[in-house]
Design a protein around this ligand. Structure first.
Ligand code: CP
Length: 303
């Protein structure tokens, strides 16, 4: 494959190759091999039309550790504010020699359009409410490294599924890799058509927790939300927030994940976010190894 646009593009063998390659990258870093010459002479552009902390910085770190030249483009402060289109911006970056474009955009489907316009590789770093495939890969990597396997795991994804590109990509990838996913949300925060997703659904967090190996809490995306969809913060937290008492209902081995950024006190309490069960900081660290693997395999022509 030339691009990574959707977690659904990955079959089990390819997804496992990415995770195994990421493990190699992490073990090299553990052995103080900080930089690899693999992508010397290649140029990676980070094209971000939406804000990001983790994804943008980790793609930059990943590309630099592979010795690529990195250009960071932020829509804010660029000619986008003068009305320049995504296509013209992309063609401009291509003319400057971009081999890969990592794109985050508020419009679902923007990476797919970009892939039709430019010759290089396109990596989806989050498009609207659609997908975030490298987040799903780093989440799967984290689950595998903490729990030793993915096949047969019970994964509960909890909260604002309606607006979550992380949820959709995780459902697709985890299904491919043999895990069972349950989406837990109030009815108003589940998307139309969720019945066709390869996942169970539940409105009751408390009934799902005792059998979960993984609980992945989602950020409540108030900025994408009509007030009518959302009860009150207090009511939401009471029914769907993960606090210490709920965490103690999980099996002893179970882990708690969150893609970040978190609304502490809304979907997750500080007690849970900072507990030993939480993999939130680990997920960020794993993101660099996973994104190194993605760039290495795509630009190195290994998949
Ligand atoms: N998880 C995630 O995509 O975080 P950022 O928005 O900070 O990149």
């Amino acid at each position: 494959i030339r691009h990574l646009l959707s977690a659904g593009d990955l079959d089990a063998a390819t997804a496992t190759l990415v995770l195994d390659t990421a493990q190699e990258m992490a073990s090299l870093a553990d052995r103080e091999v900080k930089k690899l010459p693999t992508l010397r002479g290649r140029t990676v552009v980070n094209l971000f039309y939406e804000d990001s902390t983790r994804t943008r910085i980790s793609f930059e770190a990943a590309a630099k550790r592979l010795s690529a030249d990195v250009i960071n483009f932020s829509a804010k402060g660029s000619s986008v504010s003068k009305g320049e289109s995504l296509k013209d911006t992309a063609l401009t970056l291509q003319a400057m020699g971009a081999d890969a474009v990592v794109i985050r955009h508020s419009a679902s489907g923007a990476p797919h359009r970009l892939a039709n316009w430019i010759d290089g590789t396109v990596v989806n770093a989050g498009d609207g409410t659609h997908e975030h495939p490298t987040q799903a890969l780093l989440d799967a990597y984290t689950m595998r490294s903490r729990l030793g396997r993915l096949s047969g795991l019970n994964v509960a994804i909890v909260g604002d599924v309606l607006h979550s590109r992380v949820a959709r990509s995780n459902v697709l990838l985890l299904h491919t890799l043999g895990a069972k996913v349950t989406l837990v949300a109030p009815p108003t925060l589940l998307p139309v058509g969720v019945d066709a997703w390869p996942a169970e659904t539940s409105y009751h967090l408390d009934s799902v927790l005792p059998d979960a190996d993984v609980v992945m809490m989602l950020r409540v995306q108030r900025e994408r939300m009509d007030q009518a969809y959302f009860p009150s913060a207090r009511e939401y937290s009471r029914r769907y927030g993960l606090d210490g008492a709920r965490m103690r209902r999980l099996p002893e081995h179970a882990i708690v994940m969150h893609p970040g950024p978190m609304n502490r006190g809304m979907e997750i309490t500080p007690e849970v976010a900072d507990s030993p069960r939480s993999t939130i900081v680990e997920q960020v660290a794993n993101g660099v190894s996973v994104r190194m693997a993605v760039l290495y395999l795509l630009l190195g022509g290994k998949v």
